[in-house]
Design a protein around this ligand. Structure first.
Ligand SMILES: *Cc1c(COP(=O)(O)O)cnc(C)c1O
Length: 467
């Protein structure tokens, strides 16, 4: 077909090459709203390019958060972005899928059959911990009033080890609870159960056990904690409860180490939270919290919403949000089943153990966590090492190959110990891990032969470990 010289189609915007467009050749306003619209394809490219230098998420070994989902899950999730998770009457089937996920988790965490568990999805473990903390606070207050305790005399307190994730500090600040921190020592690097009871009094709303300390991947000894709590409860009117922060471990341990008692099998464990976007294998953000029995979730915290002409209990700090992550979680449960999760997590554990060997063989490091319980490799420099470089230099060397591996000090009381950590995730296959191991060895070689070093040996700042 021939067009006349004056044919307008020649000037149609679709004929303008993306990188020949006006928007691509001028400075766009960044902090005020642009006056005119632009073509979607150009807007898409501009936004995507702005995000380009953030690195390759799959090489980010700092994060626990999922960086891979199957194509079918991605399609399903993008097709369901418009569904509002809170609107149970408009989306009753979505509510049903959420309900199934809660039941699946209750089964996985061994909720006793003779109790009536309750649970909900959340945006992540942080919201779930807020809800878990609130339930403990309200329940403590109700019981304390019944016992005739002067609840105004002192602030209620929560007990946790210094390996806590920042969400617990937020909980305590937002809801005016005294956070009593049990210091970790070099020997335990997790909660010191013997010291816990030095902090307990009638104003203690509960104790948090951490299944997977964010800094190191180590587990609190929850069975021992439960035993000690039981002894306390037998001799005191005030009854202690345990909440488990299983952000990472609660979706890993049931598949890889099902014999380990940490969950509702333990008498005094009354609530558990987890992050669906960590070892639940869903993109951020989805989390879960379950209570063993309705007794542990005071009624004041439950709101009834209309649902299929009836009503349904909800408890959430957030309101409207997309249901696509919940749907993604259900997809994973359906797609992988128990065996699928087990195979994936076993593979990830093997990768972690392999990388631990690589670190160990170099001769420079002392292993703090070898990946046997959670697939987290964590190490520090050997004490008597005579080298010029630090873990921060090693982090920079690895970053040159695109690997994000944080170095940071341990929390309070141990903050003179600098550690480095890789979080192994499902999408770190053995072959990629081999490449990483090669880059790790090269980095050490380069450091040994380097002349210019940037970091003071005394440096102890931290980057990017909290998630
Ligand atoms: C990651 C983490 C959290 C916070 O989880 P989000 O899902 O990111 O809100 C809380 N506690 C622990 C132990 C964690 O590892």
């Amino acid at each position: 077909m021939l067009y006349s010289e004056n044919d307008k189609r020649k000037h149609e915007s679709y004929r303008i090459p993306l990188f020949g467009s006006e928007e691509e050749s001028t400075s766009i306003p960044k902090y005020v709203l642009k006056k005119e619209p632009m073509e979607p394809r150009i807007a898409y490219q501009l936004v995507k390019d702005q995000l380009m230098d953030e690195g390759n998420a799959r090489q980010n070994l700092a994060t626990f958060c999922q960086t891979y989902m199957e194509k079918e899950a991605e399609i399903l999730m993008s097709e369901t972005l418009a569904k509002n998770a809170i609107d149970k009457s408009e989306y009753p089937q979505t509510a049903e899928l959420e309900n199934r996920c809660v039941n699946i988790l209750a089964d996985l965490w061994n909720a006793p059959k003779d109790m009536s568990y309750l649970g909900t999805s959340t945006v992540g473990s942080s919201e779930a911990c807020m809800l878990g903390g609130l339930a403990m606070k309200f329940r403590w207050r109700n019981n304390a009033e019944k016992r005739g305790l002067d609840i105004q005399a002192k602030r209620p307190n929560l007990i946790i080890s210094s390996g806590y994730q920042v969400c617990w500090e937020k909980f305590c600040v937002y809801w005016d609870v005294d956070m009593r921190v049990v210091p970790m020592d070099k020997e335990h690097l997790s909660i010191d159960v013997d010291k816990v009871f030095d902090f307990v009094d009638d104003y203690t709303i509960g104790i948090v056990g951490i299944l997977g300390i964010t800094y190191t991947g180590k587990f609190d000894d929850i069975a021992l904690l439960d035993e000690k709590v039981e002894i306390y409860n037998e001799t005191n009117e005030h009854q202690l409860v345990i909440h488990i922060d299983g952000a990472s471990g609660a979706m890993f341990t049931p598949f890889v180490n099902p014999e380990l008692p940490w969950d509702f099998r333990l008498k005094n464990v009354v609530s558990i939270n987890t992050s669906g976007h960590k070892y639940g294998l869903v993109y951020p953000g989805v989390g879960w919290i379950l209570w063993k029995d309705k007794e542990y979730l005071p009624k004041e915290l439950i709101f009834e919403v209309s649902y299929l002409g009836g009503s349904m209990p909800t408890m959430a700090i957030n309101f409207s949000r997309s249901a696509s992550q919940i749907i993604g979680q259900y997809y994973n449960f359906l797609r992988y089943g128990f065996e699928g999760y087990r195979e994936i997590h076993e593979k990830t554990k093997k990768t972690a153990l392999y990388l631990t060997k690589t670190v160990e063989k170099s001769g420079y490091f002392e292993i703090i966590n070898d990946g046997a319980n959670l697939p987290i490799v964590c190490y520090k420099m050997k004490d008597d090492l005579d080298v010029e470089w630090t873990l921060y230099d090693l982090a920079d060397q690895l970053l040159m190959k695109g690997w994000q591996v944080p170095a940071y000090p341990l929390p309070a009381d141990l903050s003179d110990t600098i550690i480095q950590r890789f979080v192994c995730r499902a999408d770190l296959g053995h072959n990629v891990a081999e490449e990483f191991a090669a880059d790790f060895r090269d980095a050490l070689h380069n450091l040994e032969h380097a002349r210019v070093l940037y970091h003071d040996k005394g440096r102890n700042d931290s980057y990017g470990f909290t998630h």
